[in-house]
Design a protein around this ligand. Sequence first.
Ligand code: ADP
Length: 492
Amino acid sequence: MKILLATSEVYPYSKTGGLADMVAALAKTLARQGHEVGVVTPLYGSIRENYPEIKKMEWVLELPLDWHQIQGGVYYLNVDKGLTYYFIEQEEFFDRPGIYQHEGKDYPDNPERFIFFSKAVAHLAQFLPWRPDLVHVHDWQTALVPLLLKHSQGIGLLDRSIPTCLTIHNLAYQGVSPAKIFALTNLPWVYFSPASTEFYGNFNFLKSGIVFADRLTTVSPAYAKEIMSAEYGANLNGVLSQRSNVLSGILNGADYEVWNTSDNPALQYPYTQRNMAVGKAQNKELLQQTMGLKRNRKIPLFANIGRMADQKGMDIMIPVMEDMLAGDIQFICLGNGSDRYEGAARELQKRFPHKVGLFVGYNAELAHQITAGSDFFLMPSRYEPCGLNQMYSLRYGTLPIVRATGGLKDTVIDLDESNDGANGFKFTTYASQDLARTMIRALSVYYSAAVFRNMRKNAMQADFSWEQTARHYEEVYKAALQGAGFVGKESA
Ligand code: ADP
C-alpha cells in the first residue's frame, strides 16, 4: 500500500506527547513491512537547524484561507527505504518557539495554522507523484483533511478517490473554534451543519474528521468503548456511536529501539532482565544524586512524568504525596503544563526538599533516567487514551501504579487479576484515598522481595512491539480501500 500519514508533531522532529512517538513508530514499522510511506508534518522553528540534511523541493504551495492566498514550501527527507518525511514550510505559522503554545498560552491562530496545514496535506495527497492510496490523519489538527478530500472529489477536482482514516489520540482536544473560522476552509457553508462540522454553534475540527473519515481508530480498545459513553465522550459520544461500525481501538505499541535499557545513550548503567536488580539500583542511586535526594537504594522511589494537565490526575496525586512523604519514600516529578499544577509540584518540593526531586520542563534524557531509576511509576489519570509512559516503565522494570482507564486498563495487570502474571497496580475510583491505598499496596510488595522480583520480571517481559500494532492498521487501511472500491488494486 501507499500511505500518507499527516501529523502536527512527530518524533524526533517535534514532540509534546505520545502522538509524536506513535506516528514515528507507525511510519517506520509500516515501511519495514514493505509499504510505501510518507509523513507530512509542519516545518517548525528549529527543525532545519537540527536536521540540515532536510532538502527543499521545488514546490510552491499557494493555498487559500478565505480570501487570502497563503504561500508555503515543501521540504523532504528520505529517512529509510520506503519512508519519506515531508515538511510544510510556512514561516509565519510554524517558525515559532512552541508547537501549539508559548508560555502556557495556546497560539490564538491555531485554527488558521492547522487549516492551512490540512490544506497542504490534502494538496500533497493529490499531487505527490507516488500517488498515495490512502491518507491517515491524527487528532484535530489534521481532522479536516477527510472533508477537504471528499469535497474535492465531489466537485471533480480529484482524479481518484483517496480514502482516509482518522486516529483519535485524545478526544478532549477538538479544535473547537468560532463559526467564522469556517470561512477559512473555503468550503461551502452546507458543511457547517449539526450533521457535519457544526458543534453547538461553533466549528469543530475533530467532529468533521469523525463524520467524514472512512475509518476511525483510537489508541486502545478500552478507550474506543469509553468515548462512546457520556462520561468520556466529550459531547461527541453521539456522533461516535453513529459511526461505531467503522471505529476500532488499536493499542499503540512502544518503540523499543528508543525505549530500552540495554542500548540507551541516556543511561549510564545499562541493564537487562538478567541483571535488573543491580542495574536498577545503580540507576536509582545516580538518579537520587542528580535530583538532589538522599542516595539510598533501599528507599522506595515513586516517579511521575508527563504533561501537567487536568487529564493526568495531579489533583488527586498531590494530596496523597503530601501525606505519604511523611514516611520514608521519595518522589521524582518531571513535567510541565498548567500553572496550577506546576505551582503545586513546586510547593511539594519546597516542603520536602530532600524527598522530592522536581524538574519543571521537558527533558527527554531525564525521562529515560527517571524511568530506569525509579521503583514505581504513577499514572493516576482521569482518562488515558493509551498512555505510553506505563509501557515504557514496564519495559524498564518500574512497576506502574495506574487508574484503570483506557489504555492503562488494557496494559497493566494487577495482582488481583493474576498472582503470577501481575506487572503493576490498578485502582478504579478517581479519588485520592484510592490512589493512596494502591500506593500502600505497592509498598507492601516492595518489602516482599520475591513478589517484587517476579512482578518486575513480568513487567520487563511485557511486549507491546509495533509489528502487531502496524498489522492492525494495515487491516483498517484495507477496509478503507475496499470501502472506496479499491478491492485488489492496492500495491503490496
Ligand atoms: P500524552 O500523549 O497524553 O502526553 P503519553 O503517556 O501517551 O501521554 O506520552 C507521553 C510521552 O511524552 C512520553 O514519551 C513521555 O516520556 C513524554 N513526556 C511527557 N512530558 C515530558 C517531559 N516533561 N519531559 C520529557 N518527556 C516527556
